[in-house]
Design a protein around this ligand. Sequence first.
Ligand code: SF4
Length: 422
Amino acid sequence: MNIQGKLAILADAAKYDASCASSGTERRDSLGGRGLGSTEGMGICHSYAPDGRCISLLKILLTNFCQYDCLYCVNRVTSNVPRARFSVDEVVQLTLDFYRRNCIEGLFLSSGIIQSPDYTMEQVVEVARVLREEHDFRGYIHLKTIPDAAPELLARAGRYADRLSINIELPTETGLATLAPEKDAPAIKRSMARLRVHIDDAKEAAKGDEAVVSMPKSRPKRAKAERFAPAGQSTQMIVGADAADDRAILATSAQLYGSYRLRRVYYSAFSPIPDAASSLPLKPPPLVREHRLYQADWLMRFYGFGHEEIVASDDGLLRLDVDPKLAWALAHRERFPVDLNRAPRELLLRVPGLGAKAVERVLAARRVRRLRSDDLKRLSVPLGKALPFLLLPDHKPRVIDDAQVAAALKPAPVQVQAALFA
Ligand code: SF4
């Protein structure tokens, strides 16, 4: 099979990995010679560098052969899909070629498990080593690590990669045992813990030693600390493949953020696959559920919400019709209205429509004078969303009711990720 054929298979197989943040928009393509560009398909995805830049990555699998039989995965051993395998050199050449043509700024590399976890991990690490050491490649590298691989291999991976990830796959250990019997939940967490230790050690070492003067009159120099995955580690959880509700999913995320200080947990709505096992749902969960989980995740990381308070309903699911912050506010009407000119930062962060940046702007502006509703416009706060929850010198909200809020929000778009920041 030629390299284009392999690329078609192995870039397509990688699309189920949601470790990048470019999904969710409408589908468009330029097939038929009309227009330019495509939001479909696979091959190049976007991710974010530690400094916030959006970067494009060549996103592929080393191989989609896999000896495991995870029921939700299109690459499982019993799946009847075309298979392909890149050599280490082929991945290196593809990365360099795309990079030189300015199509990508880095590589996202994952793999099915062949021969053994160690053998697979060695191949993945070798790609990164050759890129870094033999070609002095300075682009971004994200490696998906194999949880059962030897600790030395994980340690080597971190030397070359900017980011490492290990997929937790399912929110509960029961779910993992049922749908991915060969995977070992404690081993996944052990690997996360090991990476955490390496990342922390590298950070400490980077702060570390004093610069030394090696020769009289020479400038003091510090030995360069060894790098280890400076962009941290992340993971992915599949949503809707098992019965775990949003409350369980968020509890797992909170535990992962707390225990291993992951940079991101990615949520990937389960997509039905050909010849699926009967224990899997026939239909995917609504895509908006994935979106609501990202919003809830954002509330935990940047808005001071505890995971246990975000999901209010008895069924353990997030509301799909309104975002989780608004849902929380509607479920806690007794906490509102909030006085914009007096409330502490923590409370302002809970007001629907007030994003983290807007709160900072409010805090800065109210040091100078008392804010009125016109000031909110200037601070780009969506008035329809925020005013029902705010008390201002020229505004006293009526009793908050769902209909009033729904009317203020119409048309209620199901936004892509950008809405997280509102
Ligand atoms: S180990 Fe990974 S690639 Fe293999 S079947 Fe499981 S999820 Fe798929």
